[in-house]
Design a protein around this ligand. Sequence first.
Ligand code: FES
Length: 101
Amino acid sequence: MTVFKKHVFVCVTGKTCPLQGSTELVDKMKDLVRDYGLKKEMRVNKAGCLGQCGSGPMVVVYPEAVWYAFVQTADAEEIVRSHLVEDRPVERLIYKPEPKK
Ligand code: FES
């Protein structure tokens, strides 16, 4: 068994992300990884709350630890193509949390 080249986690069981479309998003991302023929080297997993409720759907991609916020199902293709296939994170979707006061 090999380690995945990239591993995507989508919050689907927290209090807010599921209400913001994360269930549809994770299904779409899984379909795209399959369609791009990446299933052996990349994985999309359903995740619990990622601790950033209200900014979802939240997605994090490892090993880069790139966090995405407010990701819509329509954004899934861009993340898979640009980040997973071309290794170029999608700047416009990268999470920019409020600085702690
Ligand atoms: S509900 Fe998704 S980060 Fe908490």
